[in-house]
Ligand binder design. Structure first.
Ligand code: MN
Length: 198
């Protein structure tokens, strides 16, 4: 976490898709940051959308899940940062626990931050503060550009997740309905619930 903080200014000033300079992270961290979408059958079914940034998973709950249609705006309610290793979690959160219910890893992959302000690349943490981020997903189900934009601040803080109108946009494709299975285990959330994660 600390190394992210120390290099934040260095990273913010550079576009690593253009400059040959090193990104300055070591080992596995040199790969692009991860994203994960967990389908979560809690009290209300939702999709937890998480982006790796600054050593944690920045998180939003998206009740309807992501769309491939740039005209569809999907409500995204921010939730608490989650630890990085939560990205691999699927199973059953027991009754009586916070978020009780089944979880599957519905999609995962890497993302590229595309957020800019006045022509300069903005880091994810700053972009979240500013209330707007755009990024490219390279997942198993989802690909292409998306934007997250805050439209309400304060107690009822709320954002919108919208597909960017790019090559991968496809109003005719609805992965939430057509591709319900876990990208890790191939199981549906109903199968996890029935087997209680076993
Ligand atoms: Mn959740």
């Amino acid at each position: 976490m600390a190394s992210h903080g120390r290099l934040e200014e260095y990273h913010n000033r550079r576009d690593f898709s253009r400059t040959p300079e090193p990104h300055g992270e070591q080992g596995a961290a040199a790969v692009r940051p991860r994203f994960v979408i967990q389908k979560h059958a809690a009290t209300t079914l939702h999709y937890d959308f998480r982006l790796e940034a600054d050593g944690v998973l920045k998180s939003w709950a998206v009740p309807k899940g992501p769309s491939m249609n740039p005209k569809e705006k999907r409500l995204a309610v921010p939730t608490e940062d989650h630890p990085l290793d939560y990205a691999d979690f699927e199973g059953f959160i027991p009754e009586g626990s916070y978020g009780a219910g089944a979880v599957i890893v519905w999609d995962r992959g890497t993302y590229q931050n595309l957020t800019e302000k006045a022509g300069e690349r903005t880091g994810i943490a700053e972009a979240i503060q500013n209330g707007h981020l755009s990024f490219r997903l390279d997942g198993e189900k989802l690909r292409g550009g998306y934007a997250l934009t805050r439209f309400r601040t304060g107690k009822g803080e709320a954002w919108l997740l919208v597909k960017m109108d790019d090559m991968e946009a496809d109003p005719g494709r609805d992965p939430v309905a057509a591709e319900p299975r876990s990208v890790i285990s191939g199981r549906t959330i109903e199968e996890i619930a029935e087997g209680r994660g076993g």
